[in-house]
Design a protein around this ligand. Sequence first.
Ligand code: 5GP
Ligand code: MN
Length: 338
Amino acid sequence: MNLADITQLTALLSVPQKIVIVPHKNPDGDAIGSTLGLWHFLKNKGQEATIISPNDFPKFLKWMPGAAAILNFESENSQSKKAIEEATLIFTLDFNHLGRIGQMQPFLEAVKVPIIMIDHHQEPSDYALVTYSDVTMSSTCEMVYNFIDLIGDTSEITPEIANCLYTGIMTDTGSFKYASTTSKTHRIIAELMDKGAKNTYIHNVIFDTNSPSRLHLLGCALKNMVILEGFNTAYITLSQDELDTYKFKKGDTEGFVNYGLTLEGIKFAVIFIENKEEGIIKISLRSEGDFSVNEFARAHFEGGGHTNAAGGKSDLSLEETAKYFVNLLPKYQKELTK
Ligand code: 5GP
Ligand code: MN
């Protein structure tokens, strides 16, 4: 964000606005944490603000302060559309193009009011009046902290805001271990703890609230894992039948893909999850080092993300998708085995 952007934003926020804040579809900890952190901040400034999520989000994020006030565009459709129609200012958080908000896309494309993007994904599209994009950032939550800092308001960070931003930084950095974690990230985390973020509570409520069925589903996923040593690659498939057997609930497969990377020598890990309702295979891709899963997902699975974490989808069957994937690997053998 440059000085002109900051001046423009300060001016926009110096008058009463009706603000709508939007995370991406299937929002994760960073998407919910950043939208809620910003929401608390704007409301405390006296602004009217509403978060509209394109769809529901996992139970392990519902404890977050303010989560109950988030509108679900799918199940609270008319209320959500009304809020978008009446909005005078829109923030879009944790995504880089409007294709990431599912059914909300045409409604946001139609708005005439200013849009502010805050995001850390590669290759942002040009739809916003102010594009605060920084791919070096660990998380959108870290950027919301920086945004509050840039407009000179860190003294206004409440315990609610601190807990929300801590959560998103923690989930997007794999608990502060991914390469995107900088010393500045740790300094911000320290600030957030000083301002009331309850670190132990947050770790417990996110990671230690498993259900037995989720652990059984993990067991199934690990059993299904295929290791392709010649390509330093491991992939997992989960069929709709398997998900049903283990009573899959939204968020249950979060983190499964990372197990592949815990194998010695494995640099590329993928999970293919069948979604019969949407008629697609949802794909998560992870890598260690400089193999770009963002580029891989863009090239083959209509997706994208970051160098080491990306997502995408396939319209083929689960078996065909896995076969298609395995057949792509020889082209990347050199990169994967260097
Ligand atoms: P996850 O695998 O955890 O769903 O997502 C990993 C990263 O890739 C996140 O930063 C997420 O925003 C991004 N991502 C996930 N799915 C998609 C997708 O379908 N398209 C694009 N462009 N990015 C995605
Ligand atoms: Mn993020």
